[in-house]
Design a binder for this molecule. Sequence first.
Ligand code: MOS
Length: 743
Amino acid sequence: MDGSIGTPVVRRDALAKVTGVAHYAADFPHANTAYAALTLSKVARGRITRLDTASAEAVEGVQMVLTHRSLNEDLGEETFVMKGGHMQSSFLPLTSDEIHYAGQIVSLIIADTQEAAEQAARLVEIDYASETANAALDAPGRKLDPMDESTIEVGDAEAAFAAAPVKIDATYYTPAQHHNPIELYAASVAWVDGKLHVNLPSQWVMGTRAGLAKVFDIPVDDVVVESPYVGGAFGGKASILPHVVLVAMAARRLGRPVKLVVSREAMFTVGSFRPAAESRVRLAATKDGKLTAVMHDEIGQSAAIDHVSFMGMEATSKMYASPNILMHGATVATDVNTPGFMRAPAEAPSFFGFESAMDELAEQLGIDPIELRIMNEPERDPVSGLPWSSRSLVPCFRRGAEIFGWNRRSPEPCSMIASDGALVGYGCATATYPSAMAPSSARVRIAADGSCHVFCAAHDVGTGAYTVLGQVAADVLGIEDSEIRVEMGHSRHPSGPVSGGSITTGSAGSAVHKAALAVRERLFATVAGDQDRTGMTIADRHVVLPDGSRRAIRDILAGLPGGVIEEQADWKPDDMDEKTMRHGLSGGMAFAGPVGSSHVSFSFGAQFAEVRIDPLLRTIKVARMVGVFACGRIINPRTARSNLIGGMIWGASSALLEETQVDRPRARFANTDLASYHIAANADIGEVVCEMLDEDDPVVNAIGAKAVGEVGIVGMPAAIANAIYHATGKRIRRTPIRIEDIL
Ligand code: MOS
């Protein structure tokens, strides 16, 4: 059937999106809506000493000016997402006169029009007593806060390193970055009869519902969270941003719906960001290239108001076989808004360093960088000793090398010159991403009128989930995916997981699979009656009996009361207990894996880059990127490819362009718009080739689908840095890599 698992179905939401039919959060019209605007702190640390809202209140149409003086509501207990709650930060603005970071919300204005709200926001007069602050990870005199719980230790790495004949010891730096989804943060909030209705772009409607119910101390059933379409999220929309709570408070107090669309500039501080990170990588090897010690010390930027860390060592410790492994993490508190998830939060920064170091080691050994990785391929996870659920890294490298034409590479740096004089460099790197899983429910309903519905409170954050979940059901039910309507992004649906950590397809997909199987079983049972139903199959809208005779599904349904079969299923990862499942299904964070009791599950990829560098101007062009990935069973090669090449392109953007610059004296982000926060445009990106290897993973989950969404970004920055080294002989250990670095 068209549209079953493995076919490259075109996204089912594409037409709605390109025709404007798709409603994003800010598009939802609540009658009599009032509009909100924000005033942000100009200083990074200190206290408000004077606050005058008279001019703001005098603007025609202004309904309310909320500040720490006027906002004094009792709120229920709710915590930071990294402590088991749902809030993006444990700090809620407008709760005191203290300033913890530049760009902190210091006033929320509500007015009849957007224009009045914005005008008033500019007229709020504030004086500050400001203190010295720091927003940079690498400021002199920094204090390291060690995270002993992140230590990973196998064997005696220090001793092995000291004794090794070949070693690398280098430190790599990646800056703060911001997600910059094209859809701005927004919240449209209405209280109707004491019930809270929230439209916002969300990666986690169930978590948002649970969290808001706690904040406002109302039953979860009195909270509705709606987010059918999301215009880019990347981790930034996976928890409740503080402004959502503030807008909801304002709407309740005003007795009127309120809508806030956060400006691009404010996005940099009212949400989260990818914190700056530093990786010291030490690798030791025998002369013939066997790793004897792998060491990785990571230092991450954290916030004074919240301890946050995204350490990549869980992944880097599993990359290569070594009898000795030692990894440590530490953080540095800075005066910034709470950092958060951003595509491959732990892996993307740390793999830049780790995979650059592998390239440096290969160079020193005089061994081809791909061969070095292959000769250190671990049969099992070198940390836990458990087998992989599947690991096809070596086939990825072999196939990638073939597509890329790696054999045309001459190993010496600066040895390949194009006919136009450009310096040519080839580089490669490993990518990986954990395949964790979360519990999920789903409901599947088929009816005699030919309709088929799938309901799940998961999300399509632009990734293709609407399409992919339909394909999973289509496959089980023997109907075309175009006949299935998938409904997601609404808290009224059966519980779905946070769409983060690349878990949606594997987790929500497994729930849809289970519910569809239950529907199919009931179809079989209806046909069989008292008879044995073994040997029945389903195909082309018919139940097929062992003797080859067929019964149309519609006819079977027409004979049932109501003409409908509907089944809801709760799915959990094998390793998860019932209690944790219940916690997850009620909107709590509940993950299993990537290290289970019997296996370790990661997606893998081999990534390649060709750079061309102008010999005089030193401009860097990524002429080609190749990625070959093994992510278990690919439900839809078209949408999977889009995720993977999106990651590769972002990786190139990260390697060469992206940096949230810190105005150090003022401790604030300096380039808070899309004119000065550079991201890759079409002209920056050359050829992009992506292939997915078939991989049968029978243990990872019910449908064998591993993580796809994030792995594509992970190896790209190192592959590009390695290619730049190959082209120029210059090893740049800091991104973004700029012209001035390779002059
Ligand atoms: Mo993604 S950073 O796990 O939402």
